[in-house]
Design a protein around this ligand. Structure first.
Ligand code: 6PG
Length: 473
C-alpha cells in the first residue's frame, strides 16, 4: 500500500479540486474520491495535480483504507441530500474518533442534526463554512469551522495552513459547537447579499440619474477602493464596470440581463434573523431585491402601467452626489454589518455557542467575498467592548455614521423623490433611525392588538399587563 494520506476529500467539482490542490500545496498528502471515477482520474492526472501528493481512490472503501487514523474526510458536495448520502456511505466504514468535515454551504440546522447523528456513532463532525469561491479555495479561503474543540484541534492545523493569511494570521478560527460554523457562514452570505445590493443601488443611481459612463464609474469605484470602502466587492465592481463585451463592443453590464438568481443562503440568513427575533431589514431587503429582480417580465409590463414622478434631468453638481453616494454606501454598509453581527450575537446566546465575534471579523479580513479593510475596525470595536450590543454604538462607527448621515439622507430622499428604488440603502437608514429612537410607534401597535384581540398592553407608569374596553366593551 502507498503511503497513507493525511486527509481525504470527496467531491471533485471545481471547489473540491481547488481545495484539494491547496491542501496538497501545503505538503499534506490527500486522497480524493468522486462518484464519477473518470473525474477522479482526470483530476489526479491533470497538469494542475501533477507532482503533487494527490492520491486517486475509486471507491469509498479505498478512500478510507488510504487514510491515516484517526481519519479526516472533507465532503465538498452540494448542500442538502448529497451530504447525507455521502455520510451514509462513509460512516459505516469509519471508526470511533474519525472526523467527517462538511465544507459546503449547509443549513446550520442540518449540521446540528448530522453532528448528533454522527456523535451517536462515535464519529466527529465539523460543519465548516468556506468562503472565497474558486479562487479562494485554490489560494486561501476564509474558513469557519464548527464542531467540537477536540475535533478542531485535530484538523485545525491543516485548515489554518490552507486559509488566507492576513498580517501573518490565518483567516480561520474555531467558531463554536455543532452548527456554529455554518451559521456564521450563512450570516456572511447575508451580509454579502446586502453589500452587493447596496453597491448595485449606488451604481444604478450613478448610471440612471447622473448619467455617468461605465468607464468613469469604474474610476470612481477604483478610487473608493483606496479609502474606507476598500474591499473585494468594490474592487470587482470597478473591474466589472471597466469591461466591454467583445461581441457588441458595448459595456459588459449593458448586455447582462437585470435578473439575479440565488442559491438560498441569503434567505436562510433572513429566516434566522426572523426566528431569533432580530431586526436585519437590510439583509432581508437584499434578498427581496433579488426576488423583485427575478420577475423581469412582470416589471417590464408594470412599467407600462404604473407611473412614478415626472422624470427631470439632473442638473446639480455630479461630483458632490458621487461623494454623497460614497458616504451613503459606507453608512449603509455599517448598518448591514451591525445587523449581521446582532443576529450572530443572538444565535450564540440561543444555541450556547462560544463564538468570538471579534475573531469572526478577523477571519473575514481575507479570503472571503466580504473581505474588507473595514473589518479591522469591527475587531477593534469588539476589543473595546466584547459585549458590544450593536456595532453602531462603538465610537468609531457611531462617528462615521453621524458624519455621513447628511449625505446618506440626501441620497435616500433624492432617490425617493425621483422614484429610483434603493431598498437596501433606505432600509439601512430606517434601521439606523429606528435604533436611535428612544420612543417609537409601538404604543399604537400595543393599543391596536389589545383593541381587536385583548392581547393586553404594558404601561409606562406601572408594571403589569393591562386590558382596556376600547370599544366600550
Ligand atoms: C462565498 C460565497 C458562496 C456563494 C455564492 C453564490 O462565500 O464564497 O458566498 O458561498 O455560494 O456567493 O451565492 P448565491 O447564489 O446565493 O448568490
Amino acid at each position: 500500500m502507498s503511503e497513507q494520506a493525511e486527509i481525504g476529500l470527496v467531491g471533485l467539482a471545481v471547489m473540491g479540486q481547488n481545495l484539494a490542490l491547496n491542501i496538497a500545496d501545503h505538503g499534506y498528502r490527500i486522497a480524493v474520491f468522486n462518484r464519477t471515477t473518470a473525474t477522479t482520474h482526470s483530476f489526479v492526472g491533470s497538469e494542475a495535480a501533477k507532482g503533487r501528493p494527490v492520491l486517486a481512490c475509486e471507491t469509498p472503501d479505498e478512500l478510507v483504507a488510504n487514510l491515516k487514523r484517526p481519519r479526516s474526510i472533507i465532503l465538498m458536495v452540494k448542500a442538502g441530500e448529497p451530504v447525507d448520502q455521502q455520510i451514509s456511505a462513509l460512516s459505516p466504514l469509519l471508526q470511533e474518533g474519525d472526523i467527517l468535515i462538511d465544507g459546503g454551504n449547509s443549513h446550520f440546522r442540518d449540521t446540528i442534526r448530522r453532528d448528533r447523528e454522527l456523535a451517536d456513532k462515535g464519529l466527529q463532525f465539523i460543519g465548516t463554512g468556506i468562503s472565497g469561491g474558486e479562487e479562494g479555495a485554490r489560494n486561501g479561503p476564509s474558513i469557519m469551522p464548527g464542531g467540537s474543540e477536540a475535533a478542531y484541534d485535530r484538523v485545525g492545523g491543516i485548515f489554518e495552513a490552507i486559509a488566507a493569511q492576513v498580517d501573518g494570521e490565518p483567516c480561520c478560527t474555531h467558531i463554536g459547537a455543532d452548527g456554529a460554523g455554518h451559521f456564521v457562514k450563512t450570516i456572511h452570505n447575508g451580509i454579502e447579499y446586502a453589500d452587493m445590493q447596496m453597491i448595485a443601488e449606488v451604481y444604478f443611481i450613478m448610471k440612471s440619474l447622473l448619467g455617468i459612463s461605465h468607464a468613469e464609474m469604474a474610476d470612481v469605484f477604483s478610487a473608493w477602493n483606496q479609502g474606507d470602502l476598500d474591499s473585494y466587492l468594490i474592487e470587482i465592481t470597478a473591474d466589472i464596470l471597466g469591461q466591454t463585451d467583445e461581441e457588441t463592443g458595448r459595456p459588459m453590464l449593458e448586455v447582462i440581463l437585470d435578473r439575479a438568481g440565488q442559491k438560498g443562503t441569503g434567505q436562510w440568513s433572513t429566516a434566522a434573523a426572523l426566528e431569533l427575533g432580530i431586526a436585519a431589514p437590510t439583509i432581508a431587503e437584499a434578498v427581496f431585491a433579488r426576488n423583485i429582480s427575478a420577475i423581469k417580465e412582470e416589471r417590464v409590463a408594470a412599467a407600462e402601467v404604473l407611473k412614478g414622478p415626472a422624470e427631470t434631468a439632473f442638473t446639480g453638481d455630479k461630483a458632490s452626489i458621487v461623494d454623497a453616494l460614497r458616504d451613503a454606501l459606507l453608512a449603509s454598509k455599517i448598518c448591514a454589518y451591525a445587523q449581521g453581527f446582532a443576529v450572530m450575537q443572538a444565535a450564540k446566546e440561543e444555541f450556547g455557542w462560544s463564538t468570538d465575534l471579534g475573531r469572526v471579523s478577523m477571519i473575514w479580513r481575507g479570503g472571503c467575498i466580504i473581505r474588507a479593510r473595514f473589518l479591522n475596525r469591527i475587531k477593534e470595536a469588539y476589543d473595546r467592548d466584547p459585549d458590544l450590543k450593536n456595532l453602531l454604538l462603538d465610537p468609531y462607527f457611531k462617528d462615521f455614521v453621524e458624519r455621513g448621515q447628511t449625505a446618506w439622507r440626501r441620497i435616500v430622499a433624492m432617490a425617493a423623490e425621483r422614484g429610483i428604488p434603493v431598498p437596501a440603502l433606505s432600509s439601512a437608514l430606517s434601521y439606523y433611525d429606528a435604533y436611535r429612537t428612544g420612543r417609537v410607534w409601538a404604543d399604537m401597535i400595543q393599543a391596536q392588538r389589545d383593541y381587536f384581540g385583548a392581547h393586553t398592553f404594558e404601561r409606562v407608569d406601572k408594571p403589569g399587563a393591562f386590558h382596556r374596553g376600547w370599544a366600550g366593551g
